[in-house]
Design a protein around this ligand. Structure first.
Ligand code: ATP
Ligand code: MG
Length: 373
């Protein structure tokens, strides 16, 4: 509603809605008339059977092969037969409807499971937690021929922080989605240590990945269940540790119901920054080996961001972290910075080496450098 009012497009949206309603109406009429045809068809079959038999019997009576009494008996039997035949025809009609519904349902059932029953996966994650991306190429299914990622060769060292920067639309989020196994690469492979990511059970892999995605989702539930999404009974100690790490304690303590406050669609509204902090707390609560942050702190003020970064420092130590960010303050301390440009890696290095190079990275952060950091 807000967006419609702001852009003054009430007229257009109303017309679109009316067109949809009109189409809906036409479909309804069509389905009604189809139903009529089906019923009329059943009626014709049933009645013509009756007429045919009566004709035969009457003919037999006229020609003297059958008595009038026998004809009455046949009439009676025919009357008795009508309702089962009608039932049978009704059944055929319903089975036609059911077959059409089944076709629709099958579209969902036929989607292959991520973890097919017969497939053998590694029981856990390998010892060596380094991520290797080799000759990775990817294009979204059904979205043109231009690959979103091209020939990505990258090593994400275990226990270190890797930052990915690049212009909007350069493929940073896509790279994270590939790493999380939401899409299989078209070419190349992703390896964890020595084993390909396809040999690791997706659920096991994701259990070890804490993520804050750009379009992260807040469920309509309490704050506690939003942070401890996978636990029926949140572990309070871990919950508060996560809340403190995400600098949420002030917000939570200001609410009369504390962590039991309902948020999301049916509860309290929250600000973008609070949403991001809840998503960060969710990742911290999970206590994973890998952390993937996609613009996790871009809605936060500098102060909040600094506090969270300091809090996370301790938490991050020893974990493999990939951060996607536009802000210099978030990426400058990363052990490795990767610059993506139109789906290709064009520079890698540390903040100092890339600034000295005066290439794409320098161009991206120059404005922020001049602010005197
Ligand atoms: N689901 C999708 N289907 C088809 N194309 C997509 C899809 N998601 C993203 N793209 C395209 O892939 C390209 C890379 O998108 P991506 O979201 O990875 O960019 P990004 O680097 O994260 O940008 P930003 O900094 O704005 O978040 C874009 O050109 C986008 O149009
Ligand atoms: Mg993105």
């Amino acid at each position: 509603m807000q967006e419609i009012k702001l852009n003054g497009c009430e007229q257009q949206k109303r017309w679109q809605w009316e067109q949809i309603q009109a189409r809906l109406f036409r479909y309804n009429v069509k389905s009604l008339s189809l139903g009529q045809y089906q019923q009329a068809g059943a009626f014709v079959i049933n009645e013509s059977k009756n007429i045919f038999i009566i004709f035969l019997v009457a003919k037999a009576v006229v020609s003297g092969q059958m008595t009038l009494g026998a004809m009455m008996a046949v009439q009676y039997i025919l009357g008795q037969l009508n309702s089962p035949v009608e039932q049978l025809l009704g059944f055929i009609q319903s089975s036609q409807d059911a077959r059409i519904s089944m076709e629709r349902l099958n579209e969902i059932y036929e989607v292959e499971s991520e973890e097919p029953a017969g497939r053998i996966f590694h029981p856990g994650l390998p010892e060596d937690k380094t991520l290797h991306l080799q000759e990775l190429s990817f294009r979204y299914p059904g979205a043109g021929n231009e690959p979103v990622l091209r020939n990505i060769n990258l090593t994400i060292p275990a226990g270190k922080t890797t930052a990915i920067v690049g212009m909007s639309g350069s493929g940073k989020t896509t790279l994270l989605k590939l790493l999380l196994g939401f899409y299989p690469p078209n070419q190349g492979e992703i390896r964890v240590g020595q084993s390909s990511i396809t040999h690791i059970k997706p659920s096991v892999w994701r259990r070890n990945c804490g993520t804050v995605m750009q379009e992260g989702f807040i469920f309509s539930d309490t704050i506690a269940s939003n942070i401890a999404v996978a636990d029926e009974r949140p572990d309070l100690q871990r919950l508060w540790h996560a809340i403190r790490a995400a600098n949420l304690q002030e917000f939570v303590l200001s609410l009369p119901l504390g962590v039991q406050t309902r948020i999301g669609a049916e509860g309290n509204g929250i600000s973008q920054g609070q949403k991001q902090r809840i998503l960060i707390a969710r990742a911290v609560y999970k206590n994973p080996d890998y952390l993937f942050f996609d613009e996790a702190t871009n809605a936060l003020d500098a102060n909040n961001e600094r506090v969270i970064m300091e809090n996370l420092d301790e938490f991050i130590a020893g974990r493999t972290v990939v951060v996607v960010a536009h802000r210099l303050s978030t990426v400058r301390h990363a052990d490795q910075i990767v610059v993506l440009h139109r789906g290709e890696i064009i520079e890698t290095g540390t903040h100092e080496s890339l600034v000295a190079l005066e290439g794409e990275y320098f161009a991206l952060v120059r404005n922020q450098l001049e602010l005197g950091v």
